[in-house]
Design a protein around this ligand. Structure first.
Ligand SMILES: [Zn+2]
Length: 497
């Protein structure tokens, strides 16, 4: 007599971090706990409707009648290397979650890929490898990753398939989650058997060249598309790389997944790596100085978004650099919006109240910030709770955020300053600006703390966006950073034969 087959069950796990090793302050367990630290059904509650890969996993599993077994998801903003305490605690949470989850047929994982732990520089390769040891060689393990992954052989070894978001800014996270879950589904049905090969060419694509909606990446996307269209190929991904992790795996890479044809995957991934090396000169990056950027403002359609590449909050920088703000202040001709995390100044403004006058020294307060505070005199305009929601697909796939108590101050020299209690704010969404009663169109310049992540939101409101080569822990000029652990040779640091 036939018995109905038991419903298949797929576990979901994630430890997310993009670690900037040039930041001397570590990412602690406390930071994770204060950000996103979710067990079991909390994962489903948070992400089922989100433009996020977990949302994509949940959609496909649910439509296929497969039981999603969310185990653990933790994420916190990019910052210094992750402490041993944080990684060990998160990993043991996953281990106990797996034990109590009951039998599973597969695992969908969502590492970021650019995590660095104090003792395990290839953090994601480490935990994915440990996961593989627990589940054994047969159970399918398929993972999404951020294209800022510093892909390692250990990650490729641990997983059956790795799929990176194709877009930067990352607007396709949910689609890639769907792609990964569909591969899982077909694998569980016995229709395909994914095998993966990685290639690690000796080069790092400059951060300034990492916008996927522009050349030279459009050409590289076409190469990837032609690989994806090849019979027998299931998936192909570009790892742009995260330049601010001083580890051996730092750099750009590719993975190609085929249906049980290792040779084919190897041949196609090598073809992509060869294309990148051949075209390497296109990926050096354009370096516009702060003065050069300001000189372009006069004749450009406004508002002009000045993208502060050296203080890129999405790459772990503090977001309180005053380099561009001080330059705009010295120029004196523009209505400028400057948002900055500065809890001290928030308190000073709260103390004088709305309409109150005050002198402030804004930003430039953290040890790795490359400039002194911006000195201003001004008037407190409004107070806000700092909470906002975002319904559009935006970089990071989040549905909102919380800047903590936030204050708008108008200065006597034409600045509007948005003082936030916490890091974050309007880097990837303009909703925080709107939530504080401000309109982007009322400004000549908006100083934005990012490189490409903000484009998803700001392209709609800033007719001009200029990427500025500013100093800081996310400097686009990689030669300004001191690497001790990276591979050699690595283009563009060393020329290749
Ligand atoms: Zn990224």
């Amino acid at each position: 007599m036939l018995t109905p087959q038991a419903k298949k069950r797929v576990g979901i796990v994630a430890i997310h971090h993009e670690s900037n090793t040039f930041i001397p302050v570590p990412t602690t367990l406390e930071l994770y706990r204060k950000s996103i630290f979710l067990h079991g059904a909390e994962v489903t509650d948070r992400f089922s409707g989100a433009h996020h890969e977990i949302g994509g996993f949940l959609q496909v599993l649910s439509e296929a009648g497969i039981e999603a077994v969310p185990i653990f998801y933790a994420s916190t903003a990019p910052w210094g290397a992750v402490t041993d305490e944080a990684l060990d605690t998160m990993w043991s949470t996953i281990v106990s979650g797996l034990k109590s989850a009951g039998p599973l047929d597969g695992i969908l994982a969502a590492p970021h890929g650019a995590g660095v732990n104090e003792s395990r520089p290839d953090m994601d390769g480490w935990w994915l490898g440990e996961l593989r040891k627990i589940i054994g060689p047969e159970m399918p393990l398929i993972a999404t990753m951020d294209p800022h992954v510093n892909l390692s052989p250990a990650m490729v070894e641990a997983c059956d398939a790795l799929i990176a978001y194709r877009q930067n800014p990352h607007l396709d996270q949910r689609q890639r989650g769907i792609e990964a879950a569909e591969l899982m589904l077909r694998t569980l049905q016995g229709e395909i058997r994914p095998v993966m090969e990685g290639a690690f060419p000796p080069m790092a694509i400059n951060i300034e060249r990492q916008l996927t909606f522009a050349e030279p990446l459009l050409s590289l996307q076409r190469e990837l598309d032609s690989v994806r269209a090849h019979p027998g190929i299931l998936s192909a991904s570009l790892a742009l790389g995260f330049p601010y992790a001083d580890i051996a795996d730092m750099g750009s890479a590719f993975v190609v997944v085929s249906d049980n044809q290792t040779e084919l995957a190897r041949e196609q991934v090598e073809r992509l790596a060869a294309w990148l090396i051949k075209n390497r000169e296109l990926f050096r990056g354009e370096m516009i100085s702060p003065e050069g950027a300001l000189a372009r403002v006069k004749d450009s359609p406004k508002p002009v978004g000045l993208l502060d590449m050296g203080d890129n909050a999405g790459g772990g920088a503090p977001g309180d650099s005053t380099v561009l703000a001080r330059l705009c202040q010295a120029n004196g001709s523009y209505r400028t919006l400057f948002y900055v995390p500065d809890p001290e100044s928030v308190e000073a403004a709260q103390a004088v109240g709305i309409g109150g006058r005050l002198s402030l020294k804004v930003g430039g307060k953290l040890s790795m910030t490359p400039d002194v505070p911006l000195a201003v005199e001004g008037t407190v305009v409004s107070f806000h709770d700092g909470k906002y929601t975002e319904s559009q697909p935006r970089h990071g796939g989040q549905t909102g955020g919380d800047m903590g108590p936030t204050v708008i101050v108008k200065t006597d020299d034409g600045f509007t300053i948005m003082l936030m209690s916490r890091r974050g704010g309007p880097n990837g969404s303009i909703q925080p600006i709107l939530a504080c009663g401000l309109k982007p169109a009322d400004f000549d310049i908006i100083i934005i703390k990012g490189v490409h992540a903000p484009v998803g939101a700001y392209a709609e409101v800033c007719p001009t966006l200029i990427r500025v080569n500013t100093p800081g822990v996310t400097s686009a000029d990689m030669d300004s950073l001191t690497y001790r652990n990276r591979r050699k040779p690595l283009f563009p640091f060393e020329e290749l034969p």
